[in-house]
Design a protein around this ligand. Structure first.
Ligand SMILES: [Zn+2]
Length: 194
């Protein structure tokens, strides 16, 4: 069975953002949830650091989660693209706005992201959210692209939706691809949102 990663509540139509003003530039290969996003942002270039947290259920993937997050943050020298993303890991769950869990059940997905305001789940197509929960599947150990899937879910938590072609960690079929970190198109999407 081929698993795909899913964003929560994907029933609506995703708007593929294109940049027609760029002339010869290719269309921007990122998509958003109707431009909805994290209410408190993604760190504001370090002026307003955000925090992520790793639940004990996902502790086996701590280093992969840390690296995936670092790959979203430290992009200036790697890609020549700077975004406002600035996250620190916290051991205080209540400080976190990006929680990582592994579920015990085996599902049709490798990763799933849910958005919340308080304890109320938010449809990202309809409203902004305060924090997000990244879920890794019960058989995540078998996932062929662990870092890519984690980076993909982190991308959802920050407001990026699926793309279906091109080179992006937000590809819906990321679990079976070799792309394992945020790509320029993904970073451009973050800069569009924040
Ligand atoms: Zn997804």
């Amino acid at each position: 069975m081929v698993k795909r990663t899913l964003a929560a509540l994907m029933a609506g139509v995703i708007l593929l953002v294109t940049d027609l003003a760029a002339g010869a530039q290719p269309a921007s290969a990122y998509a958003t949830f109707n431009r909805h996003k994290l209410i408190y942002g993604v760190g504001n270039y370090g002026a307003s650091d955000q925090y992520y947290w790793v639940d004990s259920s996902a502790s086996g993937y701590s280093s992969t989660i840390d690296t995936a997050m670092d790959n979203w943050i430290y992009t200036s020298s790697y890609w020549g693209i700077t975004t406002p993303i600035s996250y620190l890991r916290t051991s205080t769950k209540s400080s976190s706005r990006m929680d990582h869990y592994k579920v015990s059940t085996v599902n049709s997905w490798w990763g799933l992201t849910q958005m919340f305001s308080g304890s109320t789940q938010i449809d990202p197509l309809s409203a902004n959210w305060v924090w997000a929960k990244v879920l890794l599947d019960g058989d995540f150990a078998n996932c062929p692209n662990k870092k890519g899937v984690i980076a993909h879910e982190q991308g959802h938590s920050m407001g990026l939706a699926h793309v279906y072609s091109g080179t992006a960690v937000m590809r819906a079929d990321i679990g079976g691809l070799s792309i394992n970190r945020a790509q320029p198109d993904d970073l451009n999407g973050i800069n569009y949102l924040y």
